[in-house]
Design a protein around this ligand. Sequence first.
Ligand code: SF4
Ligand code: SF4
Length: 442
Amino acid sequence: MEKIEISKGFTPRLAGMPDISLIEAPTPKTVGLSAMDIPYIRPKLLVKENDKVQTGTPLFCDKRDTSIQYVSPGTGRVEKILFGERRRLKEVVIALDKSDEFIQFEPVSRSGVTKILKQDLILRLKQGGLWQSLRQFPAKDTADSTHTPAMIIVSLNGNDLFSPHPGILMNREKEAFEFGLDLLKQFSDRIIVTARQSSFDRLGPVKAHITHQVPDRYPAWDPGVVLLHLKKSVEENTAWSISADHLVMMGKFLLTGQYPIEKIVTITKKGGKKPHLLTRQGAPIKILAGSFHSNGMITTGQFNGRIADLTSHLGFFENTLNIIDTPGQEEMFGFIRPGSDKTSVSRAFLSSFSKGSKQVDCTLHGEERACINCSYCENICPNELMPNFIMKALHSDEIETALEYGLLDCCRCGLCSYTCPSKIELTKILSDGMDSYYKDKA
Ligand code: SF4
Ligand code: SF4
């Protein structure tokens, strides 16, 4: 096993770390399939309201490749189909029946995975609603099934500081995970499996599959950071990645022939116990979030998630909810207070001298301000980028300059926005720049 070291990144002392117990979440009455957390998809609806669906029935597909299907995570009736601006599909909501009826595919035995033809495997995963779990760099779009990636990175730790502990999943799903690793070998000769240093003591026998240990500095476990440290040739820029929970889903789907509905999630909020929750794919955010302060904002990541509506459902790629306080009004004379309770990257606040964890809130502490060339964003970027320079190039429509500065190496971790004292949304600016370059090129 090798170790990956990163000199930048950040280890924030944030309150809200979930404990490692697992309890069952309340049984939901609805599940949803969201199109909001699926990058680049152009959804084409395959059902209408009041249609009856089984678990595994395709609800929509991607117009760019209609064989890639997004399937129902439950059995019941299509209760509603929600659209956003310009009639962009938001989510399909299913009112659940009392029990699940599954669309049944032919199962594959553990030893059969090496005998199954690659094209057959791709077709099954696309029809089964799981091909999109594989993401292709640099933009992390759905993997191109005609491409042979130089490596596939399997990340055990999710994309958030408070993502579920992989030991909990691995204790339940070791066989499906190992089966998933076997099937990845059909697509690439090089499989990289990474885990955070602090996760190791609970991984049990799965530890033997880890090829690279990463430090606990956020976001060292992001596949984009891992790729930047491992790649040696241009071909490796189009490597693939997959999270451990999606690999387990793939393994379970092929072993049983049924779409797997279980999901383990974490909820971080102020006070109280914070167990992991065992729920189902597409569970309603309301039952997961439980009770909290009415001013709270719900996000699907501390630094890089979307803002989630309480009436919506958890997305395909999401497995953590952060409930963050939104103070009702700006703090009077906040700029001259010692800030013993504030989180900060710099040593500007008294809190940097205390060891305790701090709670984040959503205040911007004033309006957005101009860039003051402080270099905080450069000093924290795990991929050694200069986000301020890339932002300025993008604002001047100099895409070639932005690319030369490494725009496509941005892993969208959110740290530059977090650290910026002028509260410039650097991650969004870079992310939008990458998306528009990628879409123009496609
Ligand atoms: S530019 Fe910002 S979002 Fe991108 S990798 Fe660096 S710190 Fe993260
Ligand atoms: S952290 Fe913000 S203010 Fe400082 S250089 Fe970067 S963009 Fe400019």
